[in-house]
Design a binder for this molecule. Structure first.
Ligand code: NAD
Length: 494
């Protein structure tokens, strides 16, 4: 790496840069350095072996698509061999702090960084980091749903994914964004791309049925993409429920399947009640324990109502997702109570303690606030998934973001035909939801919602806008992915 070329690449006004290397969207193994003089960059990074992989710095805030960044120059440290070591990599310019932190040279822990990122009004949206001013002044980029799907399909095909598998994944990811769950949408596309690229996840066959009755099936996901396994299994459950009243499918050897609600809505579209569950990497401590042995193990249940209305409860069984804790850590702000514990199993509001040897609390928090109920629900999910399916379970599941061994997740998909029970199910569903929605809201709130309503509101907004509004950082991350994969970039809606 040559200091001169770096200097040339960087604007002369840049006095202080914080560089942070991100692996898989997370901050593990990150390297943070404060650089006062740009010519010092090679010296500061010299002892870091991996820096040899990097070749240049590129200013990325000058894109017209990204007006919110014009105030704060942003540089990206690009990788010479990006194919083997994909990003994202971000470099954050904190020129605005130069005066207060001019004595700092380099740091190896993140305390300093998070403090200043908070000052920098870091806006962390959907697990993408930005130095943008507050979101209100940051214009989101409109992308049509079809275009987002096209991009996801082409990205997956570029690394050798079978077309129908790529389509299944694209449907799932774009639906997550459309429903407002951006953390599980295109934001996760690089993760799935890497899974196929590295060969740790397959795309060369279909799931197989290992054992079957009229209403049940045990499925081998054959280490295929989670949505491929999930859609196969829910379609099978729907078929069985239509024939017998219920379809209960248990899958082993699957991968991350995204938003659980996607599969349950498939059932609701057929007039059925749908349920979906998956086990996940251990991040959650059971009540009274110090050690994480269960994942955020989501539960989804959708029940059809009149017209195209439905109730859709789709939630993790931990109080908060790990991404939310990481977000607070990056901002250097405390997490709310009930979210996590430290390494001694004691409740903490310090996100760092949760991430470094602690764990997520189950839904409800500690024992005194009913956390044992969330703990029991997470265990129930594990029983329906890992235990019933014979997949890896509990603490044996690979660590979050570890892709060195196959995931072998257990998943469960259920469809139930309400017509096999009392008549007029949808009428009573609509009545119950109307009773709930028509309740007088508490002061400061406009309305009372039922599960599924926040997502419905987001979809209505997208329909009105004729597309999904993405954070500029997400858009940039997709541009980088598109360039790396040599496919047509994600196009803004004109
Ligand atoms: N695949 C995985 O490994 C995995 C793991 C965890 C979570 N997830 C997914 O992440 C997504 C987000 O999970 P989450 O727990 O953060 O969801 P969340 O907390 O945003 O919402 C949970 C549920 O509460 C409902 N809800 C929200 N506000 C409400 C209100 N005011 N009144 C009534 N209902 C309300 C929502 O409609 C939703 O059904 C889900 O789609 C979930 O499936 C996936």
């Amino acid at each position: 790496m040559k200091g001169k070329s770096i200097n040339n690449a960087l604007a002369s006004t840049c006095k202080l840069v914080i560089l942070r290397r991100l692996y898989s969207n997370y901050f593990q193994n990150s390297t943070i350095s404060i650089i006062r003089n740009l010519q010092d960059i090679p010296t500061i990074f010299k002892p870091i072996k991996s820096i040899r992989k990097y070749s240049s710095f590129r200013r990325i805030n000058n894109s017209a698509s990204n007006p919110c960044r014009s105030q704060f120059p942003l540089y990206i440290l690009t990788d010479k061999n990006i194919n083997r070591c994909p990003g994202p990599y971000y470099a954050v310019d904190t020129t605005c702090y130069y005066s207060t932190h001019r004595s700092s040279d380099s740091f190896s822990d993140s305390t300093f960084l998070t403090r200043k990122l908070e000052d920098a009004r870091l806006d962390f949206d959907n697990e993408i980091m930005t130095t943008a001013p507050p979101a209100a002044s940051c214009e989101k980029i409109l992308v049509q749903l079809g275009e987002a799907k096209r991009f996801a399909v082409e990205s997956m095909k570029a690394v050798g994914t079978q077309e129908d598998h790529a389509i299944a994944l694209a449907e799932l990811l774009v639906t997550a964004d459309y429903r407002g769950h951006f953390s599980h949408g295109l934001n996760r596309l690089p993760m799935y791309v890497r899974d196929i690229e590295s060969g740790i996840c397959k795309s060369d066959c279909e799931p197989t049925i290992l054992k079957e009755t009229v209403s049940t099936a045990w499925v081998d996901g054959n280490n295929l993409l989670g949505p491929v396994v999930g859609m196969f299994a829910m379609n099978l459950a729907i078929k069985k429920a239509k024939a017998t009243g219920v379809g209960w499918i248990s899958c082993k050897n699957s991968n991350h399947f995204g938003i659980a609600g996607y599969y349950t809505i498939m059932a609701a579209h057929e007039g059925l009640i749908g349920m979906a569950f998956t086990n996940t990497s251990p991040l959650q401590v059971p009540t009274r324990a110090k050690k994480t042995i269960l994942g955020t193990n989501p539960i989804a249940m959708t029940a059809p109502a009149k017209g195209d209305d439905y109730f859709c409860l789709d939630m993790a069984t931990s109080t908060a997702a790990v991404g939310k804790v990481e977000y607070h850590d990056r901002q250097g702000i405390p997490i709310p109570k009930c979210w996590g514990v430290n390494k001694d199993g004691l409740e903490t509001q310090n996100p760092k303690e949760v991430l470094q040897g602690g764990g997520l609390l189950p839904l409800g928090g500690m024992e005194k606030t009913g956390g044992y109920k969330g703990s029991g629900l997470a265990m129930m999910v594990e029983i329906f998934c890992g235990i019933l399916a014979g997949s890896t379970y509990g603490p044996n599941i690979r660590k979050w973001m570890n892709t060195e061994k196959v995931a072998d997740l257990g998943q469960c998909f259920v469809a139930l035909n309400p017509e096999m029970f009392a008549p007029n199910f949808v009428d009573r569903m609509s009545d119950l939801m109307a009773i709930n929605r028509n309740l007088q809201p508490i002061e400061g709130e406009k309305e009372v919602l039922v599960a599924g309503d926040p997502e419905r509101k987001h979809m209505i907004k997208c329909d009105k806008d004729n597309g999904i509004r993405y954070h500029p950082n997400l858009f940039d991350a997709m541009t980088q992915l598109g360039e790396r994969l040599k496919i047509k970039n994600l196009q803004k809606s004109s």
